[in-house]
Every structure is written in C-alpha cells, then in structure tokens.
Write a new protein. Sequence first.
Length: 148
Amino acid sequence: MRYLKVLLMILLFFLVTLFFVDNQGAFSYKLPLKLDLRIFPPISTEQPIPCYFMLLACFLLGSIITLLMLVWDRLSLSTRLSLCRMRSNGLEKDLNRARKTKDADAQKSKELLDKIAELNAEIATLKSTLKDTEARLAQAEQANAKNA
C-alpha cells in the first residue's frame, strides 16, 4: 500500500509539472489583486502578482485548511476513544465486582445448605430420640398400670 501511494504521488507530481510547463505562458500572466469588503477601504497590491503564484498560494492555503480539519478530526476521535476506554474500564470493574459478589453469594449459599443439612440430621436424631422416649414412657405407664 505504501508503494502504491508513493507511485501515485510521483505520477501526480509528474502531471502537475507537465501541466505547468505546457501552460507556462498562461501562468506567467500577472494579475493585480484588490480586496474590497465594502466595510473597509479597498486594499490592492502595488505590483501585479503572477498567476502561478496565486495558484500555488491557493494550493498551500487549501492544504493548510485540510491539515487543520484532519487534526481536528483526529483530536475528536482520540477524545471519543479515551471516553470509550474509560467507560470500558468502568464496566470491567463492575463486572469484576459482580463476579466477586456472585462468588461470595455462592459460598454463603453453600454454607447455608451445609447448615440446613446439619440441622436436618439433628432433627432426625431428635425425632428418633423422641420416639424412643415416647416408647419408654408408654412402657413405663403400662408397667405402672399393671402394678397398680
């Protein structure tokens, strides 16, 4: 791609040079310049200026304006990029916080499930102890009823 750009620039330079050489008489014509803005007094050059100088000055002015527009565009894109990066970093931090919260919640959930399993086992033990106690109480009541 770089070689193609250089080739196109050389071709453009050749064509512009050829254009200037072939039209040297027309570009040597001298023009008097006058600026009349109607709110200020008119300004004019004392000596006429060659046409080729005007052509080159307009090209230079257009190049500078284009360069300024490109720099402005580059700055605005850089600003947008930095804002997007800051937003992305903020979203990544939020995502990491959410992951940590999810992991903490999963750990608490696991601990609570283990606690529920322990309590269920304890309830089962208490139920069996209660049945044994009720059975002994019933036997004791039957024994008291026979003795009385």
